[in-house]
Design a protein around this ligand. Sequence first.
Ligand code: GLU
Length: 448
Amino acid sequence: MSISESLAALRQNIESRNPAEPEFHQAINEVFETLSPMLGKHPEYAEAKLLERICEPERQIIFRVPWVDDAGEVQINRGFRVEFNSALGPYKGGLRFHPSVGLGVVKFLGFEQIFKNALTGLPIGGGKGGSDFDPKGKSDNEIMRFCQSFMTELYRHIGEYTDVPAGDIGVGAREIGFLFGQYKRITNRYESGVLTGKGLAWGGARVRVEATGYGTAYFVQEMLAANDAGLGGRDVIVSGSGNVAIYAIQKVHQLGGRVVACSDSTGYVHDADGIDFKMLRQIKEVERGRISEYAERRGASARYETNGSIWDLPCTVALPCATQNELDAEAARRLIASGVVAVAEGANMPCRPEAVRLFQEAGVLFGPGKAANAGGVATSALEMQQNASRDSWSFEYSEQRLHEIMRNIHTDCFETAAEYGHPRNYVLGANIAGFNRVAEAMLAMGVI
Ligand code: GLU
């Protein structure tokens, strides 16, 4: 059987053994499409059934999360933790609380996380978890009771050397606080390194809040620089207005670009004067408000739209930072027609496969999430380092480390793509570079 035939057979096998998990299939296919040149060079990987092993999570935990709402009614949600791969370190990856969360979503995120974490060059394996719980509209007390119930089951599966969860969509510092408090109470251990994304006063790391967004901005800056271009003076569009988007906007502005639009699940705002980062952060982070309020408060320069999509607007740099599959082929065509030169994924898998193909065919620089949004988890690994040494680094030093890591990830992807005969194909570069690291570790450890 040729390499591509065996990849197709494996793909089919995975799809039939994991039915009704379209996002997981999509994430697998994206990786498989780029691995052939590497598998040709390393026949020992196929012999050791490495690909088959990597696609099968080491452990999948699904559990009941019962809790009582403010009206006194019992609610039941489903909790997940998929411990995907621990070849490079303890399982590491966020928790997502969103009604769309199911096993397929958690597995797609966990699978991506393996390679993303490998690309950081830091000692972290890959995992992901979450719940179909919807934090929207819930009181602080309801959030706390849910988090406590979630941790009452999860605590037995995690630990500083085992599995280290963090935040993702719907899980920020507030939720990590409730989760950490319950873990500490159940175990009677102040085990700082069991969760990342903690508050600064109780073991958190500087720059962790900003890290994913900052990292995405650094990555796009590197992509442009490697291709004799810059970010200065460019109109940039950032979708979303959550943690990733907010800090991508701040860093793009600091690097000389101008973000003219951002969005939430109900619409988008275009601001001809450039998004006011401080106002946006105040509304979204402090007041937990909507993007429509930004438009109201900002006045004449801002326009709020509920029809169409943020990708209808022209720009030369696009940073999708909202959620998976938010940017489809039609949006990609419009962006290409409007003159986009670079796209980097701040969210996980926000571009549909057809959109990625169109960008690549049009010569648009495309940075996949595994590489472009790795700054968050990389800074989580720095938080683990600080916890292990009971230390706390300055903002400047932490940011310098993040910047250096993003530069290295870019170089790694860029050089790997060139080495395998596909210059500027960052998808191929990221997948091969990440896969290689995990594969070599697994080979060394025997059949595990
Ligand atoms: N949820 C983030 C991601 O997608 C961060 C995970 C972490 O810090 O462990 O990479």
